[in-house]
Design a protein around this ligand. Structure first.
Ligand code: ADP
Ligand code: GN1
Ligand code: MG
Length: 361
């Protein structure tokens, strides 16, 4: 029998006594709870997915280092670090997380009066998300990357993701390949896309930076009062990476009004106007540090992060859906289809999207 979130909340140094802890948010990885106490401050309590994150000590240490760095930038700019950055709340005995028998738990201050979107609600809010991730990139540009543990090795190594897909397909442990023939063919026909970014990283054409690596649109918070960027959250995967990963994953999740798991593929439309808004917000913050090659790699990142994510959903589907949280057996296959539809549409618009990127430089 697992611990109740209310009981776990009592182990942390909260302001007030925890009153309620209810499941919260739409993340695919961790179990998140919203905690109210006898006082005004609210909290986010999370059971970290230990199947996925093996080195919780290293992961929490990364988050402490990164948030300390961000807080300094925010304070220097006259901002409010409690609202503009994740704040880890320690346990009563001074630890950054607690292990109780069924897992590892941590706690953050809840960022109040903020919006998290599942898909872009308006073009202006999507531009604000671009600005938030562009600022994040800029703020981490002087962070010493060697201090970070690589929490999930090869996270955005797309050729490696392709190999994992092939293993799942060849094993076909659940006899599901016959239900995903078109999607499997799509991956195999687009194999040559996989190494576009890793080749440029290896040859030194693109610089390794400190990146977020999971810039899904629901991992940014905007100010409810004015729609301005507030805080970047979900820092579990901050690691060395390419700017194209961060730009690309936001485009994947936000440059469409369709949900990631929209079952009606006719409703999945890539919105060039949203791409443009995000590019304006993102590049407005960090273009000065980018070469033309890196700016153009943001297009490649958009295609690749979407292709890679679709391939990951398909791999998980074939392996019995143990990685991403799912609500029904074909959920990962449905998600995979939306991603591949977006890839097709982005490939058709290559010239137009590259021109948009260059127009902001
Ligand atoms: P996952 O790794 O499962 O995606 P997240 O850390 O992204 O978990 O949290 C899930 C959701 O909880 C977020 O999308 C956001 O809506 C909400 N959330 C997380 N941290 C905070 C916070 N500090 N303040 C307010 N909401 C938060
Ligand atoms: C997961 O944690 P969450 O829900 O923000 C996943 C991302 C995927 C995303 C797809 C650690 O993100 O890599 O792009 O789902 N996170 C991890 O929606 O694997
Ligand atoms: Mg998240």
């Amino acid at each position: 029998m697992g611990y109740r979130a209310e009981d776990v909340a009592k182990l942390f140094a909260l302001d007030g006594e925890p009153m309620i802890a209810v499941p919260f948010g739409c993340g695919h990885i961790n179990d998140t709870f919203f905690v109210e106490t006898s006082r005004a401050r609210k909290y986010i309590l999370q059971k970290v997915n230990n199947g996925i994150f093996k080195d919780i000590d290293g992961l929490m240490n990364n988050i402490i280092l990164v948030t300390s760095h961000l807080r300094q930038h925010i304070a220097e700019a006259g901002g409010d670090p409690i609202r503009e950055c994740l704040t880890v709340v320690d346990t009563k005995d001074g630890q950054h997380f607690v292990r109780v028998d069924d897992g590892f738990w941590r706690c953050y201050i809840y960022i109040d009066n903020a919006i998290t979107m599942q898909t872009a609600e308006t073009p202006e809010l999507f531009r604000a998300a671009g600005k938030a991730f562009g600022m994040f990139q800029r703020q981490l540009s002087n962070f010493p990357a060697e201090k970070l543990v690589e929490v999930i090795p090869n996270f955005h190594n797309t050729p490696n993701r392709f190999n994992n897909f092939m293993k799942a397909y060849e094993a076909d442990a659940f006899d599901l390949a016959k239900t995903a023939r078109e999607e499997i063919l799509f991956v195999r026909e687009h194999k040559e896309l996989c190494s576009l970014l890793t080749d440029k990283l290896e040859s030194g054409v693109l610089p390794l930076r400190v990146t977020h690596n999971d810039t899904k649109i629901n991992n940014v918070m905007l100010n409810r009062a004015n729609g301005e960027p507030l805080a970047v959250i979900d820092l579990d995967t901050v690691m060395p990476g390419l700017s194209a990963y961060d730009f690309g994953d936001s485009i994947r999740s936000g440059a469409t009004y369709a949900a990631e798991d929209e079952p009606d593929i006719a409703k999945v439309k890539f919105e060039t106007s949203l791409f443009k808004m995000y590019a304006e917000g993102f590049l407005g913050e960090c273009k000065d540090a980018f070469s033309e090659e890196e700016v153009l790699s943001l297009y490649t990142g958009s295609v690749l992060m979407t292709f890679e994510c679709g391939m990951r959903f398909l791999t998980d589907y074939l392996e019995g859906s143990t990685y991403f949280k799912t609500a029904y057996p074909e959920h990962n296959l449905v998600r995979c289809r939306t991603q591949f539809e977006l890839v097709k549409q982005m490939l058709e618009k290559e010239e137009e999207l590259k021109e948009i990127l260059l127009s902001f430089c």
